[in-house]
Design a protein around this ligand. Structure first.
Ligand code: ADP
Length: 632
C-alpha cells in the first residue's frame, strides 16, 4: 500500500518537530499520556451515559512498555480507540488553524528557542511531538464497537501508511521507535525506566487512571540476609489524585502553573490561581486561573467563555458557559462536583439548581480575589486591569446595569491626581469639602484630554479629574450614576456648578447684557446648536462645546460609530469665553458688521467641533473662510 501525504500544513509542522525547535523533548510523553487519558475519559463517559455493559472504571489503565532491544517505547491505552477515518483525520491534519504561522514565527526567532517557550499542546499538535524523539511512529488502534483494527505508520514528513492489522481489545497503542543517540542528544534516556518514571511523575502525576510500567526492583533472596536478586514489578507511576482534589499546601506554584499551561493552552504562567473547595449547599472543588494576558480573540465574538465541568472526577463538559458570568469570562479553569449527575444533558444543565448555586459562589469568589489583589497587590491588579478592565466596564453597563454594584469597586480610571489609575473610592475619599461631583472628561487619550479647554475650570479649582479614554467608560459611569451619593459629572456637561453665588450673579448679569448678541449667533447657527452662551468653564481658551441633557458629545461619537442607521445627536451649546479678546471683537461686530459676525460665528463653531474631535460639516467652506480672513 502506497504512502499517503500529510496535508501541507501538517507536513511543515512535522518538519519543525523533527528538527525540533524545543529543547524540552521529554514533554512528548506528557502529550501522549494526556491523549490516552482523554481517550479513556471518552469511553468511560460513554459507558456511564449509555449504560454499556462490561466496562468498569477499575479496568482502565495506561501502560508504558520499554523495548530495550528494538529501541521502542510503547504507550497503550484501553480507551475509545480510533476508526480508520479517525486515524487519518486526527493524525493526518492539524486540528486548530493558525497554529502553523505561530510556530513558524517561533522557529524564526532564535530567542524563543532559548527561552524554550512551551507551546506544544496549545494548538492541538500534541501527537506530533512524538517525532521529536522517534524516527518512526506506529499507531495501532481499535475503536469501541468495531471488530477491525488499523495500523497507521509514519517516518515523518514524507507521509504515512494505513493498513488493517491485528489488535486485541479496544484502544490505542502507540509505538515510538526511539532515535539513535547523537552527540548532542541522549535519546537513550527514553529507554530508561527510571527516567520515564521521573517524567511521568513530573508531568502526569494527577492523571486519573493508573499509568503502569514494569520496573526492575531488587530484594533479598529468600533465606539469605546478604544476597539480592532482581525481579520485575508492574508499578503504578502516578498518584492519580487530580490536582484540584489535593490540599493547597501540597501543591507548589510550579505545579499549578504547569497544570494551567498544559490544560488551557497558554504559554505564560497565570496571573492568579484560585483554588477552592466547599461543602454544604454545594459540594465542589474549583481550580480557577486568571490568565496573564488576554487571549488574542478575547474581545471578539469568537471567544467562548466557560469552565470545564467534572461530575465526580469525570469530565462531562469542556466549556460550561453557565458557570461564569460574562464580566468574568476571562477566567479559565474547572469545577468538579459530586452533586451533578453524569447523565445530565446540556439543556438540563442550564436549569440545574446546583449549577446555579456553584456559579454564584464562584462569582463571589472571583470578585473577592480581584478585590484582594486590588488592595494588596496593586501593581499586579493594574496589569490584570490592562488586559481585562474593559470587560469589567462592559459588565457594569450590560444587562441594564444588573451587575454594576458588584463591579464598581473593581474599576480603575486614569486621573489628574497621579500617574497611576485610581479607584472611585480613592477619588471620593479625597474630594474637596466644597466639591459636589466626581468630575470626568472624555477623549482619545489622556494627553488629548489634558488639552481640552473644558477641563480648565475644574482643574483650576483644584478638583481631581478622571480621564475617560475608552468608548464604554462614560456609558459605564452613567449607568453607575453616582458613587456613594456623589454624582458623576462630565466637564462638558451643561452646568458644572463650580461658581460661588456671587460669581453666578455676575454671570447672570453678563448673559442678560449680551442676550441679543447670543440670540443672533444662535440664529446664524440654526439647529446646529441649542444655544450660544458665555462660558463659565473656560479660562484661557476662546470657545468650546458643551452638551445639555443625558447624551454627551462623546456618547454621540460612540453610538454613531456603530453600524446602525439610528444616528443620534447630542444637544450642543457653543460657549464663548468672555475674558478672551475674541469676545470684544464679537460684541463690536454685533454693532458694526453683522455679516462678518455671522462668518465668525460659523468659524468659531467649526473650531469648537475640531477641538472635540468631531468632524465639521463643510471643511472646504471652513478653509475658504479662514483664507478670506487671512487675506483681509
Ligand atoms: P489534541 O489532543 O490536542 O486534540 P493531538 O494531535 O494530540 O491533538 O491529537 C489529535 C486527535 O487524535 C485527538 O484530539 C484525538 O481525537 C485523537 N487521538 C490522539 N491520541 C489518541 C488516543 N490515544 N486514543 C484515541 N484518540 C486519540
Amino acid at each position: 500500500m502506497g504512502k499517503k501525504q500529510f496535508k501541507a500544513e501538517s507536513k511543515r509542522l512535522l518538519d519543525l518537530m523533527i528538527n525540533s525547535i524545543y529543547t524540552h523533548h521529554e514533554i512528548f510523553l506528557r502529550e501522549l499520556i494526556s491523549n490516552a487519558s482523554d481517550a479513556v475519559d471518552k469511553l468511560y463517559y460513554k459507558a456511564m451515559t449509555e449504560h454499556l455493559d462490561g466496562i468498569s472504571r477499575e479496568d482502565f489503565a495506561i501502560d508504558l512498555v520499554i523495548g530495550k532491544e528494538d529501541r521502542t517505547l510503547t504507550v497503550r491505552d484501553n480507551g475509545i480507540g480510533m476508526t480508520k477515518e479517525e486515524l487519518e483525520n486526527n493524525l493526518g491534519v492539524i486540528a486548530r488553524s493558525g497554529s502553523l504561522n505561530f510556530k513558524k514565527d517561533m522557529a524564526a526567532d532564535e530567542e524563543h528557542k532559548a527561552e524554550d517557550v512551551d507551546i506544544i499542546g496549545q494548538f492541538g499538535v500534541g501527537f506530533y511531538s512524538a517525532f521529536m524523539v522517534s524516527d518512526k511512529v506506529t499507531v495501532k488502534s481499535r475503536a469501541y464497537g468495531s471488530d477491525e483494527a488499523w495500523c497507521w505508520e509514519s517516518e515523518g514528513a514524507d507521509g504515512y501508511t494505513i493498513e488493517p492489522c491485528e489488535k486485541e481489545g479496544v484502544g490505542t497503542e502507540i509505538v515510538l521507535h526511539i532515535k539513535p543517540a547523537t552527540e548532542d542528544e541522549n535519546f537513550d534516556e527514553y529507554l530508561d525506566s527510571y527516567r520515564i518514571q521521573a517524567i511521568v511523575k513530573k508531568y502526569s502525576d494527577y492523571i486519573r487512571y493508573p499509568i503502569k510500567m514494569d520496573m526492575e526492583r531488587s530484594r533479598l533472596k529468600e533465606g539469605s540476609d546478604k544476597e539480592y536478586e532482581t525481579y520485575t514489578e508492574n508499578v503504578t507511576l502516578n498518584s492519580m489524585v487530580p490536582l484540584w482534589r489535593k490540599n493547597k499546601s501540597e501543591i507548589t506554584p510550579e505545579e499549578y502553573n504547569q497544570f494551567y499551561k498544559e490544560k488551557f493552552y497558554d504559554y505564560e504562567d497565570p496571573a492568579r490561581v484560585i483554588h477552592s473547595s466547599t461543602e454544604g449547599a454545594a459540594t465542589y472543588n474549583a481550580l480557577l486561573f486568571i490568565p496573564a494576558r488576554a487571549p488574542y480573540n478575547y474581545y471578539t465574538r469568537e471567544y467562548e467563555k466557560g469552565l470545564q465541568l467534572y461530575a465526580s472526577g469525570v469530565l462531562i463538559m469542556d466549556k460550561c458557559p453557565d458557570l461564569l458570568p460574562d464580566h468574568f469570562s476571562f477566567v479559565k479553569g474547572l469545577v468538579d462536583s459530586q452533586d451533578l449527575s453524569l447523565n445530565i444533558s446540556r439543556e438540563m444543565l442550564q436549569h440545574d439548581r446546583q449549577l446555579k448555586v456553584i456559579a454564584s459562589r464562584l462569582e463571589k469568589k472571583i470578585h473577592s480575589e480581584l478585590a484582594n489583589m486590588l488592595f494588596n497587590e496593586r501593581e499586579k491588579y493594574e496589569a490584570f486591569y490592562k488586559n481585562f478592565g474593559l470587560q469589567l466596564k462592559y459588565g457594569v453597563y450590560n444587562e441594564f446595569g444588573r451587575n454594576k454594584d458588584t463591579l464598581k469597586d473593581l474599576l480603575l480610571f486614569p486621573s489628574s491626581y497621579e500617574d497611576k489609575p485610581v479607584t472611585l473610592a480613592e477619588y471620593a475619599g479625597r474630594m474637596k469639602e466644597d466639591q459636589k461631583y466626581i468630575y470626568y472628561a472624555c477623549g482619545e487619550s489622556v494627553e488629548k484630554i489634558r488639552k481640552l479647554p473644558q477641563t480648565e475650570a475644574v482643574l483650576d479649582k483644584g478638583y481631581e479629574l478622571l480621564f475617560l479614554t475608552e468608548d464604554i467608560d462614560e456609558f459605564a459611569l452613567k449607568m453607575l450614576h453616582d458613587w456613594d451619593g456623589k454624582e458623576f459629572k462630565s466637564v462638558a456637561a451643561g452646568d458644572l456648578d463650580l461658581e460661588t453665588p456671587e460669581e453666578k450673579e455676575e454671570a447672570q448679569k453678563q448673559a442678560e447684557e449680551n442676550k441679543d448678541l447670543f440670540a443672533f449667533m444662535k440664529e446664524t447657527l440654526g439647529d446646529k446648536v441649542s444655544a450660544v452662551r458665555l462660558s463659565k468653564r473656560l479660562k484661557t481658551h476662546p470657545v468650546c462645546l458643551a452638551s445639555e441633557g443625558e447624551l454627551s458629545l462623546e456618547m454621540e461619537k460612540v453610538l454613531n460609530a456603530m453600524p446602525t442607521d439610528n444616528k443620534v445627536k447630542a444637544s450642543r451649546v457653543l460657549e464663548i469665553n468672555e475674558s478672551h479678546p475674541i469676545f470684544a471683537t464679537l460684541a463690536g461686530l454685533f454693532q458694526s458688521d453683522k455679516d462678518k459676525l455671522a462668518d465668525y460665528t460659523k468659524l468659531l463653531y467649526d473650531q469648537a467641533l475640531l477641538i472635540e474631535g468631531l468632524s465639521i460639516e463643510d471643511p472646504v467652506e471652513f478653509s475658504n473662510q479662514l483664507c478670506r480672513l487671512m487675506s483681509e
